[in-house]
Design a protein around this ligand. Structure first.
Ligand SMILES: Nc1ncnc2c1ncn2[C@@H]1O[C@H](COP(=O)(O)OP(=O)(O)OP(=O)(O)O)[C@@H](O)[C@H]1O
Ligand SMILES: [Mg+2]
Length: 285
């Protein structure tokens, strides 16, 4: 596997400068009707994401994290409240965002290189075959999938599929990333490398990011702000600014005492919600 490029000389984006609102959720609630019952998945969520902010959402399984990303991507309308992007309501598929869904949506009948290449063609219809090959090779190298270009998704491991999906999303060069558990299936080593690479990329391209993760450590290492959700129906339980400077070195940060303190503070918020969520699931059976 090629070595990921970890050093980028581009200037840092200061986390504190005042920025305009990129994404806004106002009193959002979502109900799902299934099997003759209506379930409230998300309730009363008001949230603003300034441009270039890296926001992480954490909360127990089933609290509505993916549902929120689906709404920002314009794939689902809220039952109550509004979703805005760049000051306009999101009423249809939001083409300004790159969305890496929780379950990857690679085309099974296309190779890794074609899955990524098709995305590039959709973005740059006039690109030459040579340019396409070059950009695809760059992305494959970025996610460490060299040697697997001609493989089909079914021939890849879970982590490799995630990496292919990440490359396919990044080749669009979206201004905003919606990432749903992007590193969930990766081994610890590769996870670290890709976290670091993503941090560099986000800074270099000045992207706005919403990252959904089960991993609180990952949230604190990567984000400018972490939002903790309650168990279903998902409401905002706590919001915490993460004061670490950019660019960040995720590998070094985890050993700092401030990191442990913030991690512990947020864990204290989260642990009751995990307990409530497990109790709730058992109670529902
Ligand atoms: N299309 C749907 N139809 C019916 N119910 C749904 C649908 N999508 C989500 N739900 C329900 O809404 C709730 C929130 O689901 P969601 O997928 O947003 O949770 P999540 O926080 O992403 O969970 P996880 O961490 O397990 O991915 C769950 O109770 C789920 O069963
Ligand atoms: Mg989810």
């Amino acid at each position: 596997m090629p070595v990921l490029r970890l050093v980028h000389p581009e200037p840092a984006v200061g986390p504190t400068e005042a920025r305009r609102r990129k994404i806004g959720l106002e009193k959002v609630a979502v109900d799902f009707a299934t099997r003759g019952k209506t379930v409230r998945a998300v309730d009363g969520v008001t949230l603003e994401v300034p441009e270039k902010q890296f926001l992480a959402l954490v909360g127990p399984s089933g609290c509505g994290k993916s549902t929120i990303l689906n709404m920002v991507a314009g794939l689902l309308a809220p039952t109550e409240g509004t979703i805005e992007y760049d000051g306009a309501p999101v009423l249809a598929a939001n083409t300004r965002v790159g969305y890496m869904t929780q379950k990857d949506t690679l085309l099974p009948w296309r190779t890794v290189a074609d899955n990524i290449g098709i995305a590039f063609e959709l973005r740059c219809r006039k690109a030459s075959a040579g340019e396409r090959r070059e950009r695809v090779a760059e992305m494959i190298d970025l996610v460490g999938l060299g040697g697997f270009e001609r493989h089909y998704p079914a021939e890849l491991s879970g982590g490799m599929r995630k990496r292919a999906a990440l490359a396919r999303m990044l080749i669009y060069e979206p201004e905003t990333l919606l990432l749903d558990e992007p590193f969930g299936a990766l081994d610890a080593q590769l996870r670290l490398l890709l976290q670091q690479e993503l941090l560099h990329l986000v800074e270099r391209r000045q992207m706005t990011v919403i990252l959904v993760t089960h991993d609180l450590e990952e949230a604190v290492l990567m984000a400018d702000r972490v939002v903790v959700f309650t168990s279903r129906p998902g409401r905002i339980r706590a919001t915490r600014d993460i004061p670490f400077e950019r660019p960040r070195n995720a590998m070094e940060l985890r050993f700092r005492p401030e990191f442990s303190a913030i991690h512990e503070e947020l864990w204290n918020e989260l642990k009751d919600e995990f307990a409530a969520s497990i109790g709730g699931e058992r109670g529902a059976k």
